[in-house]
Design a protein around this ligand. Structure first.
Ligand code: PXP
Length: 247
């Protein structure tokens, strides 16, 4: 069975649109509470909760992440930049896993994979620290042979293949080539002993093909599920995705 990691960042985006300057993250008239959404997602079948604590705090806030981290039943995956501040935060939080992502203030969401080759020393420092603390590190990378090979060399136990380029090409002529890159990447990673996750831009349509990428352990999905939830409620949106992922 492929696991569903539910990215709830955009529940926090909605809250921040109205209550950014409220001085609190929940309680009173502040809504929605992304932590409550996370619990609902888990009840509906999400296997884990993913959050990205961005440097500009545009959606999730530290307090949200700490509340999720303190909840014993939640398998938390913290997406983070490779910075000393985030490393310190993660070592205190002790989530089940961290996913190292590139981060720049200008981007709307994470736009490209982490360039492990370019940032080798930084990635190695964070991965070593997490390995020593018993926290699994996942590297969010493009399906490029040298990125995958180096991820294994740096002893990251997991990778998350960036499916964004594939998702963007889905209705165009580049789709088959992008899908082939993902398949090849998953095979290479598996052969090197890496656990293979995937994420970004996965939706209720393309998941039918994404789920056929070999060796998939978990898909991290956010925007499409939170969007469908506006029509169906979060429970139904999670259940539907989980069913489509597993055929
Ligand atoms: N995986 C990673 C590493 C991401 O940065 C994101 C976006 O925050 C996702 C998965 C989820 O992408 P989407 O919201 O497009 O489903």
């Amino acid at each position: 069975m492929i696991l569903l990691g539910l990215n709830i960042d955009h529940a926090a985006t909605l809250r921040q649109a109205r209550y950014r300057s409220a001085g609190a993250t929940h309680g009173g008239n502040i809504e929605p509470d992304p932590v409550e959404i996370a619990f609902r997602c888990e009840k509906a079948g999400a296997d884990g909760i993913t959050v990205h604590l961005r440097e500009d705090r545009r959606h999730m806030q530290e307090d949200d992440v700490l509340r999720l981290g303190a909840h014993p039943g939640t398998r938390l995956n913290l997406e983070m930049a490779c910075t000393p501040a985030m490393t310190e935060f993660a070592l205190k939080l002790k989530p089940h896993s961290v996913c190292l992502v590139p981060e720049s203030r200008e981007e709307i969401t994470t736009e490209g994979g982490l360039d492990v080759v370019k940032h080798r020393a930084k990635v190695a420092r964070v991965t070593d620290a997490m390995n020593a603390a018993g926290i699994k590190t996942s590297l969010f990378i493009d399906p490029e042979p040298e990125q995958i090979a180096l991820s294994a060399e740096l002893h990251a136990p997991w990778i998350e293949l960036h499916t964004g380029a594939y998702a963007n090409a889905y209705y165009g002529p580049g789709r088959a080539a992008e899908f082939a890159r993902l398949v090849a990447g998953a095979k290479q990673a598996h052969a090197l002993g890496l656990v293979v996750n995937a994420g970004h831009g996965i939706n209720y349509v393309n998941v039918a093909e994404v789920r056929t990428i070999p060796h998939l352990h978990e898909l991290n999905i956010g925007h499409s599920v939170i969007s469908l939830a506006l029509f169906t409620g979060i429970d139904e949106a999670v259940r539907t995705m989980k069913a489509l992922m597993n055929g």
